[in-house]
Write a protein that binds this ligand. Sequence first.
Ligand code: 13P
Length: 336
Amino acid sequence: MSELNKIALKIISNGKGILATDESTGTMTKRLESVQVPSTSENRLSFRETLFSSSSMKNCIGGVILYDETIKQVSKSKKNIPELIAETGAVPGIKVDTGAKVLSNSINEKITEGLDGLRERLKEYYKLGARFTKWRAVYIISEKYPSKLSIHSNAHALARYAALVQESGMVPIVEPEVLMDGNHNAEACFKKTSEVIKKCFEELFFHKVELNGTILKPNMILPGTNSGQKIDNKEIAEMTIKCLKESVPPEVPGIAFLSGGQSERDATKNLNLINIHNNTNFIMTYSYGRALQQSALKFWSKNIKDVENTQKIFNHRANMNSLAAQGKWTEEIDKV
Ligand code: 13P
């Protein structure tokens, strides 16, 4: 078993998933201001540290994705943040892209940047304790999008990123996110997501990326938020599995879904059904941002000093998703 494969399995095995707290300062500011909390570096750390010191970290969280600011911060107990995370048994990770910018010659679409100077930044993050990384590409759906240009250029960047990350001894999370926004139906999401993922693996293969030391972070197959399409959760699960079975090479050890704007409950329920019906060898787990943090953030914003009850709310969501990652979640257990 290669070292990278070992790290990947440590992050996603045994009902564990990933806590994505890698919101850029801009995004975190929006999240905090939406609940009337000033976005100071102290507040950003305070909320995140509350999550990292929760008891569910030990059994439910195999990896935490950090942002550049957080990986360099020091906890109240005077520990470096990666150290605090590693002590819970979770692997510290880091977002290394520098954001999605307008794609020249297709200005409604985005290309993710961050390759310049990446090798040097990776060395620094490794020294700080990171052992895996994330890079997110975004795609919109409409009749003409995503364009071939966006599919091709983002896949190329993801592959160059992944190769550099493995060279530095870390596991790359490859995240091609086909957005939920739009009035397309689930069939269109299936078709476009399949095309995007297949192209990513074509490029990863071409760049000689070791697939068993890679984690894929895709969207689930969902109807667009403005489509009005009614579809049951079982169908979502089955379409998602079919898409991944047909597009992801079997060497990839696991798939960790993003929540993408689904409600906390839907993200858990869909993951649970995916695991109940999973007829592949892939581990299927979570790499959730909003779907793990939303309720905890809402409570914390009104009770900034109440660490214990904020953690209770986070622990509940983490436990529910861990059960879902094993196909053991039920509506009954999720009642609070
Ligand atoms: P969400 O689960 O909120 O979509 O965030 C996951 C993530 O890391 C997006 O890049």
